[in-house]
Ligand binder design. Structure first.
Ligand code: ATP
Length: 362
């Protein structure tokens, strides 16, 4: 009967709450508190295990990447990216001005817009300076973004080797979509080097923007990066002769000079370092990774309150004042030159704290 049922429920509830409020021998805590503490502990343990698994997976992938090519040497050190000064200001504040060409949906049913849903055929579209690639096309090129096609992983995404239908080899950077970072990196790179062609700058041949996913498609540079050749396991004798080192230094300088002097607005790269100098089989250098680049119009300098770059390469002036101009790249290039000449890494954590930045002149 309903009345009895209600009474039973009431009794049950009462006895459960009674049991839960029992004092346990554990510091005289009430039972419900002990249960809550255990639950919280297991939840923490579970989250930590998941976090650890993700980290291990990521490291395993990085290790796999570094071992994936028999010819390109391994690198044992890691360079940390620094964000000095005020972390809260927005260094990308004028990005709204940048217009990205994403083909509009057409009657042929080809594409979506940057924020829309995917509705894509395999056709690529001409975007003026390069091509727009569909996700399907890039999936086919990289065999579904297969692990064996991973050539590297940076702070902003994973880079895959891909072969397009016309047989051309490309590098596809699949940008990580963390809090709009993909959009920023994507916008900045397209704006900075989309239209730019120079033998010492990596060529951006196109991009893919479908839904929230952003990918950049570059010419493939087939001989690793300078960091790997300087600090990797190259055997007893480095293949980098003085002539080769000169060629790399001069080529890099030409690429940077073009960014600074040959373009309007000029482009400040902001992350010149050995791992961003790609090399081809003839040791021609190509400056890559324009994700932090800044376009400077008529103004000589730009003040940013969020200093971006890589520890050891960032100029002291830029780090302390936030004042950015091409001089910041020139300082980083100076560090790079010292690195090329000495074969030493600009950051050496095995040294005493004051000497970690190897080339810092006081
Ligand atoms: N066009 C390319 N051709 C061949 N390899 C490339 C190309 N672009 C990037 N890579 C390789 O992919 C890896 C990751 O590059 P990416 O620019 O994303 O990161 P990074 O410069 O190593 O690190 P970070 O972005 O954190 O500074 C690097 O090892 C680089 O050598």
């Amino acid at each position: 009967m309903p009345v009895t049922g209600e009474t039973d429920d009431g009794n049950n509830n009462h006895s459960i709450s009674h049991i839960l409020s029992y004092k346990t021998p554990l510091f005289n805590l009430k039972l419900y508190l002990v249960i809550s503490i255990f639950l919280a502990f297991f939840l923490l343990l579970f989250s930590f295990t998941i976090f650890l698994c993700c980290r291990l997976n990521r490291n395993a992938r990085k290790r796999k990447v570094k071992h994936s090519s028999g010819l390109i040497p391994l690198v044992s050190k890691e360079i940390v990216e620094i964000k000095a000064l005020d972390q809260h200001a927005d260094c990308f504040r004028d990005e709204g001005k940048i217009g990205i060409l994403v083909p509009k949906k057409s009657n042929e049913g080809v594409v979506d817009d940057a924020s829309g849903a995917s509705d894509v055929s395999g056709d690529a579209q001409n975007i003026g300076w390069g091509r727009w690639y569909s996700m399907r096309e890039l999936e086919m090129a990289t065999r579904g973004f297969a692990e064996e096609n991973v050539i590297g992983e940076g702070g902003y995404g994973i880079v895959f080797k891909g072969i397009l239908q016309d047989g051309s080899v490309v590098a596809v950077k699949n940008l990580l979509n963390n809090k709009g970072q993909a959009e920023k990196e994507f916008t900045v790179e397209v704006e900075a080097i989309g239209k730019v062609r120079h033998k010492n700058l990596v060529g951006l041949v196109g991009y893919c923007a479908e839904g929230a996913r952003r990918m950049l498609v570059y010419e493939y540079v087939d001989n690793g990066n300078l960091e790997q050749w300087l600090h990797g396991d190259v055997g007893p004798v480095s293949p980098l002769t003085w002539d080769i080192r000169m060629k790399i230094a001069i080529g890099t300088a030409k690429g940077l000079a073009y960014l600074h002097e040959g373009l309007e607005p000029k482009v400040v790269h902001r992350d010149v370092k050995s791992s961003n100098i790609l090399l081809d089989k003839k040791w021609n250098p190509k400056v890559s990774d324009f994700g932090l680049a800044k376009l400077l119009g008529s103004e000589a300098s730009y003040v940013t309150t969020r200093v971006m770059g890589t520890f050891g390469y960032v100029s002291p002036e830029y780090a302390s004042t936030g004042m950015l101009n091409e001089g910041s790249d020139v300082y980083s290039f100076g560090v790079l030159l010292m690195e090329i000449i000495t074969g030493r890494s600009p950051i050496d954590y095995s040294r005493p704290p004051g000497e970690v930045r190897v080339f810092l002149l006081q």
